[in-house]
Design a protein around this ligand. Structure first.
Ligand SMILES: Cc1cc2nc3c(=O)[nH]c(=O)nc-3n(C[C@H](O)[C@H](O)[C@H](O)COP(=O)(O)O)c2cc1C
Length: 433
């Protein structure tokens, strides 16, 4: 069953919709569709002139958000994001070409081919709707090439986190139409990036939007270098948003000129409304999109995330030297038992790079950084992507999911976040055909 795209009518800057529920594939058809009371949807926002639903699907590596997810989200009218790192695992020919290859340049080239294919496929699925972005992690050694390839392949935006994206405008200088969006966690980071970008020659550059990710709730790598800081009040949206607007004022940037998108723990319509009421222009959602039907990971990956209980979710130190959040699956439990011991024998040795990709600029395992994680992050994330419960590292946010352990479509998730209507979908599913 799907909730068909809402019929829209402009009403006072907001959008009034008549939500139509239809179930053509299992008994319901257009004639049986129901019209509910008109709903008022939250305001849209714009990036580079594209009018968008106020929902951003966060980039999720390795391969969790590739063309399938990003293209579907963009097609629904929101922002779909491909994570740039190591996408070759979605392409049998590229995986075959990489087999037993430990040559960094070859692996890197294959990944750029995969990135190009994924962007073009996502753009085709989006069919001109929404926005297709590419998430590039600054901590990844090849990040400049990922930015250049994403721009050359036609991505509408580059979203950069896991490090301060100070040089992003220079890297994308040849592509003035590509939107540039930093991911940060607090107002101090926003001020540093804005000041640097505004000094960019010849005329300065402003971000086209800013993502603010809360390290207490988000999945994957977290933007608080010290794990003891994850709960710090300086990251709370109620505090960080006014602080960011003060930074805008101090730099003579008009409020509303740069949309601020908040990320981390947004799992309900009410949280979306609260974020917008606090001054955000949109919300970024990760985990809930990862487990949608269209999510690019193996069904086991989705089940692990969707079925995790609060006590199954942990934070730990990643090889990138940042805290990270994931589900306590067998590999992680076992690793955490041995972590201290492994850190005790940390040693700088290029041969410790398990697959030869040298994906990170600074890697705890390869560079002997005793305070960082001591495992191959690429191997573990690829295992999770393929649904390997024994070996995988399954990144996940801390909060419960809108549909519990159920796997639902991108459209259903977006409809629920926008309207708060999900029980209608569930009721119709249970109704006799
Ligand atoms: C499986 C997974 C992988 C992620 N990978 C990345 C990534 O590669 N780059 C990034 O900037 N953020 C990454 N994130 C963070 C998400 O983009 C998003 O901002 C965050 O998870 C939002 O919190 P939520 O999961 O509570 O919605 C990842 C999150 C998850 C759950």
């Amino acid at each position: 069953m799907t909730a068909s795209p809402p019929a829209k009518a402009q009403a006072g800057g907001r959008i009034a919709v008549k939500l139509k529920i239809s179930r053509s594939s299992s008994g319901y058809n257009a004639a049986m569709s129901q019209s509910l009371n008109p709903l008022t949807l939250p305001d849209r926002f714009a990036i580079r002139g594209r009018s968008l639903l106020p929902i951003v699907q966060g980039g999720m590596g390795v391969g969790v958000s590739a063309h399938g997810l990003a293209g579907s989200v963009a097609h629904a009218g929101a922002v779909g994001t491909i994570a740039s790192v190591d996408l070759r695992h979605h392409h049998a020919d590229l995986t075959a070409a990489a087999q037993r290859c430990r040559d960094r340049d070859t692996l890197h080239r294959l990944n750029l081919v995969a990135l190009d294919r994924e962007i073009k496929a996502a753009l085709a699925t989006a069919a001109g709707r929404g926005l297709v972005a590419v998430n590039v992690m600054k901590a990844v050694d090849a990040y400049p090439d990922h930015v250049r390839q994403a721009c050359a392949s036609g991505a509408h935006a580059i979203v950069m986190g896991a490090g301060l994206p100070l040089d992003l405008p220079e890297l994308a200088a040849g592509y003035p139409d590509v939107a540039l969006i930093p991911i940060l966690s607090d107002a101090r980071g926003v001020a540093v990036v804005l000041k640097k970008w505004m000094r960019q020659k010849p005329s300065g550059r402003l971000p086209d939007a800013i993502v603010i990710e809360h390290p207490r709730y988000a999945g994957g790598h977290l933007g608080a270098p010290d794990a003891n800081d994850l709960n710090d009040a300086r990251f709370d949206f109620a505090r960080v948003l006014p602080e960011i607007f003060e930074v805008f004022d101090a730099l003579c940037i008009a409020r509303g000129q740069i949309p601020v998108i908040v990320a981390g723990g947004i799992n309900s319509h009410e949280k979306l409304l609260a974020a917008l009421a606090a001054g955000a222009s949109a919300v970024q959602v990760g985990t809930a999109f990862a487990v949608t039907t269209e999510g690019d990971a193996h069904p086991n990956f989705k089940r692990v995330l969707a079925e995790a209980r609060p006590e199954d979710i942990v934070t730990f130190m990643s090889v990138a030297g940042l805290p990270a959040r994931a589900v306590k699956t067998p590999w992680l439990v076992n690793y955490l038992k041995r972590e201290r011991k492994l850190q005790g024998v940390a040693k700088a040795d290029p041969d410790r790079c398990a697959i030869g990709l040298h994906c990170l600029t600074r890697c705890g395992l390869r560079d002997g950084l005793a305070r960082a994680g001591q495992f191959c992050i690429d191997s573990q994330l690829v295992a999770a992507l393929k649904g390997d419960l024994a070996k995988g590292l399954f990144f996940r946010g801390s909060e419960s999911l809108p549909f519990g352990s159920e796997i639902r479509s991108v459209r259903e998730l977006i409809d629920y976040l926008l309207t708060g209507v999900k029980q209608v979908v569930a009721q119709l599913q249970e109704a006799p055909a």
